[in-house]
Write a protein that binds this ligand. Structure first.
Ligand SMILES: *Cc1c(COP(=O)(O)O)cnc(C)c1O
Length: 446
């Protein structure tokens, strides 16, 4: 029997069993004995269909999705344009390996990324499978171009779980602990974190970072500075205005490649096609993944032609990179974003969330901060009257949301950030219902 998801699923929160229900629990028991425990599961409801703003589980429960599978199903699960493009492609061919006998879809995705990423300069693109793999390749490319070894990443950064990217990721447990030795020549600089740095202005925060980089690394040794324009896993931290442009100017003046990791922020998520667009920032290289292909595995590095052309022929690539199905999906995703003006939709979702969550914050002193951009919004939870992180409360609120049929994610170095990443296909009535569920939970949990 074919299960049909997508936007035609009834757009409702519907709880038939406790969460997780018996069918999910039975599958989960198999998970525990078949899947390595290192691969964690936040909420063991097993999904059978999804679309619009809901996830439907094996027990027939319908949950409101404020997570988009971590900012991936931005255009919605099984969005019609994606389903039809991938269906056509799967009937035509599924793989030839672009490095062996290539195909047009890969080129079309490269042209599309060269067009929509910030800056009108000449660009090139290379395709990969995951965010981490693309970040690694951005570092390879920057090293090949500059012939320098060092890489700077920031406090609270998240860049992935492969050997190089876990070294670039800030948080030890669970990402790095026990997995060393880590890759060398990775250095860390302080971020702009307005809620926790006393509101230090962006330019001063950048100068502070540059001072650390100058003293502890030295521009002569530095290939690349890699930064998430809005940090994802680290806590949806929006740096103060001026922080990123000041870093970019310093990179330009010092022959350092400025790499924007837009894996989580890209593809209309923050109310513009890319988060860099908010400050008119034109990075040298931009790394994309997550929202790029509606859930099919695809990632990319796009950037200045001179830099991208530095690695020798055969130095980049991989068996699956730019898989034809994923490329077909990516073209349909960007068509959908542009046709349906989804960046504006993200902006509208963000305004609604920000407004309602700010009301909640005004009446609840455990909510220290409401922040984010577009449909990437978070609450940072603290002990009242302080900035002390309250990870326990965060866990309890998330668990309560899950049991009421609202999927929310947590993040943050201190585990005290609730993050919201609804698909942009989320109907307004579900968005409001989700926010109402959150308000109820904050009123009830003491
Ligand atoms: C998720 C993420 C990555 C890693 O992407 P994977 O596809 O999980 O390897 C890298 N950078 C950022 C900012 C991310 O959010």
């Amino acid at each position: 029997m074919t299960v049909v998801g997508g936007p035609t699923l009834p757009q409702e929160r519907r709880l038939i069993t406790p969460i997780p229900g018996p069918a999910s629990q039975a599958i989960h028991a198999r998970k525990l004995s078949a899947v390595a425990r290192g691969v964690g599961t936040m909420l063991p409801v097993y999904v059978v269909a999804a679309g619009g703003g809901v996830l439907v589980d094996a027990d027939g429960n319908s949950l409101i999705d404020f997570g988009s599978g971590i900012a991936v199903s931005t255009v919605g699960n099984s969005a019609p344009g994606v389903v039809s493009a991938v269906t056509d492609q799967v009937h035509a061919f599924t793989h030839t390996c672009f490095m062996i006998t290539p195909y047009d879809g890969y080129i079309a995705v490269a042209e599309m990324l060269n067009r929509i990423t910030p800056g009108a300069h000449e660009k090139r693109t290379a395709l990969f499978n995951s965010g981490a793999e693309a970040v690694e390749n951005a570092v390879k490319i920057a090293r090949a171009f500059t012939r320098k070894p060092a890489v700077v990443a920031f406090d609270h950064a998240y860049h992935g779980r492969t050997n190089l990217t876990m070294a670039m990721t800030a948080k030890s447990a669970p990402y790095k602990s026990g997995f060393g030795p880590l890759a060398p020549e990775i250095y860390r600089a302080p971020l702009s974190y307005p809620f926790r740095d006393g509101g230090l202005d962006g330019v001063s925060a950048a100068r502070r970072a540059i001072d650390v980089i100058d003293k502890q690394v030295g521009a002569d040794n530095l290939a690349a500075l890699v930064v998430e324009p809005i940090q994802g896993e680290g806590g949806f931290i929006v740096p103060a205005t001026g922080f990123l442009p000041t870093l970019l100017d310093w990179c330009r003046a010092n022959d350092v490649v400025f790499v924007a990791d837009e894996v989580q922020t890209g593809f209309a998520r923050t109310g513009t096609m890319f988060a860099c667009d908010h400050e008119g920032l034109v990075p040298d290289l931009i790394v994309t993944a997550k929202g790029i292909a509606g859930g099919l595995p695809l990632s990319a590095v796009t950037g200045r032609a001179a830099i991208m052309e530095a690695p020798q022929a055969g130095g980049l690539g991989g068996t699956y990179g730019g898989n034809p199905l994923a490329c077909a999906a990516a073209l349909a995703v960007v068509d959908t974003i542009e046709r349906d003006s989804l960046a504006d939709r993200a902006d509208a979702i963000g305004k609604t969330m920000f407004e309602q969550l700010s009301v909640l914050r005004a009446e609840d002193d455990r909510i220290g901060d409401v922040r984010g951009r577009g449909a990437m919004i978070a609450l940072e939870l603290v002990s009242p009257g302080t900035t002390d992180p309250d990870a326990n409360l965060t866990k309890r609120v998330a668990a309560a949301a899950h049991s009421r049929g609202l999927v929310v994610l947590t993040c943050g170095t201190y585990g005290n950030v609730l993050r919201f990443l609804p698909p942009l296909s989320m109907p307004d009535h579900l968005l409001h219902e989700g926010l109402e569920v959150l308000a109820e939970i904050f009123r009830e949990i003491r």
